[in-house]
Ligand binder design. Sequence first.
Ligand SMILES: C[S@@+](CC[C@H](N)C(=O)[O-])C[C@H]1O[C@@H](n2cnc3c(N)ncnc32)[C@H](O)[C@@H]1O
Length: 279
Amino acid sequence: MSAHHTRSPPSDSHVRVNRKFWESGSDEYDRRHRKALSGRHAPTWGLWRIPETSLRLLGPLRGKDVLEFGCGAARWSIQLARQGARPVALDASRSQLRKAQTLVKEAGVRVPLVHANAERLPFRYGQFDLVFCDWGAMTFCDPYRTVPECSRVLRPEGVLVFSTASPLRSVTFDPRGDKQSRTLRRPYFGQHRIRDSDTVEFQLPYGKWIDLFRANALSVERLVEVQPEPGQASSYLGRDDRAWARRWPMEAIWRTRKDATPTRPRRRPSPRPRRARRG
Ligand SMILES: C[S@@+](CC[C@H](N)C(=O)[O-])C[C@H]1O[C@@H](n2cnc3c(N)ncnc32)[C@H](O)[C@@H]1O
């Protein structure tokens, strides 16, 4: 993985790049992480699989209309259906959705699967009580497109929860060593589109995230800055990265709530962030 900030082209090229990756990389991803994502490990969050039962970010689920936003094999949605929610699981990768289809069938639960780009949701205004993802579409899509879409499909007082990288992670990432460093390598301000060797991810400075939420009638209720336990294993990262994450936040989980009487969401809250130069 060699991440660097790049110019944001006005096209949907990141959707194409990411879809290609998840179509071809889905089997390998599933082989590597299946154990960490399955059974008693679901539903758990992020790189260190912190249980939802300890973080309690989603709130009550029974009878709630839930959208999993970049669901992969839909393991989260299957568990939420078992807990009485009515999840819909969306992903842009057919390969990921094929895995989801098999698991949903095996589980014998009802989870409609939707093949779509998360930046253009095929749902009407106010259809869901909860939109969430665990390193899903909020990581791989432009937040200036996804946050307005999430707000649009949420009911008033609905909740958006998502885990992704922290803004500090990309600033300190060492592409040569393929690991976190203790050096500020790239500008914090202006970060937005982050080109990896295989995928395109997105990140914003904290202030820009909050401006974007507010411009779309969402208020921050919690920001969990994940700190792994000493010795905690991860199928995604090794010991050095764990030592780093014990000292600095590598991962963030946001919980936001839509206003009770939202004004119509604006497409863009402000001019696009200034383009970041390659670091
Ligand atoms: C790291 S996986 C997360 C899924 C699941 N939480 C997991 O841990 O396996 C990221 C998912 O985001 C999906 N994704 C990427 N870009 C997307 C887009 N534009 N629209 C919808 N889903 C997208 C990918 O296809 C992939 O399944």
